[in-house]
Design a protein around this ligand. Sequence first.
Ligand code: Q9C
Ligand code: ZN
Length: 353
Amino acid sequence: MKIFHNPLHAQHAGRQEMFRGRMVPCHEVPARLDFVLAALQSRPLGPLLAPAIPDAELHAAMARVHRAPYLDFLAHAWDAWVAMDQANAERDALPSVWPLPSRHGFRTDVVPRNFAAQLGLYAFDAGTPLMAGTWAAARAGAGCALAAAKDVLGGARSAFALSRPPGHHAGPDYFGGYCFLNNAAIAAQALRDGGHPRVAVLDVDYHHGNGTQTIFYARPDVLTVSIHGDPATEYPFFLGHADERGAEAGEGCNLNLPLPRGTGFAAWRAALDQALNAVARFGATALVVPMGLDTFAGDPISGFQLHSTDYLAVGQALAGAGLPTVFTFEGGYAVAEVGTNAVNLLEGFAQAV
Ligand code: Q9C
Ligand code: ZN
């Protein structure tokens, strides 16, 4: 399994996120990726590559799943933030005002000139700081996802896009949940465009993959499945319920499997079987796994009870789908354990193949 890692990831290093009225240290830190690299050093799964995708090709792939005005906003966000006030150069950008989209007549069709208001138009939380290197890091990360998809299109059984910031909360034109560009969606769309007629996304992060669901919600050619903490109590709260089944031509092509906080491996594993059955019934010819390790019992912001050895079994079960598979790196905030857990999952997959 080739591992496409993002050499620019550390340029995205948020200092603080807003949590319940206070600023707290960011959970989504560069060390997360370094721990995965360290675990891969002692248990190599394949060559480590830094992808170099030509700019035009990368932009075209991002534009397949994100709207042009949003990509343009991200490309210029840091400069616009500093232009508001030179003192902003010392602080990360976070929104503090929102338009309550689709409620009470707030306008989202007019992009405000005020940049703080633009942040609120394009972000859905105040926990996702944007800084000078965010665009470079996120874009290089999308390059990892695209490179992994191309490797699988070239015949590889699997590939891993080892990148941060993560992606599965980012939608067609918004960021949030520590995510800016939806790497899993970019990979899934690249697999479609490369000739796979039906692609499945099976999201195993603790949090609902709201961005990926939304991007493909009306599409019959991409199945999105997510196993996650029940949004009644867990982030992202406003999407991820079991009755969201897809829309229009995509009716029946979204499956949410919310589980209560506190869920242990036996019940989680049963949900994974349900998810894999849906993937098989759909007739997918390729699979994308947004791989979050925040289902781990020791995760500081999540509520499932998986243990490190369980991830070997998760990888083995995923391999049982028998599909060419792209893995993207999503959440997992027990920083010292995230490398072991990620490599356990991937090793379980690789050894089962
Ligand atoms: N103080 C991913 O796992 N809210 N994103 C956390 C904790 C945001 C998680 C609040 C969680 C986002 C990719
Ligand atoms: Zn998560």
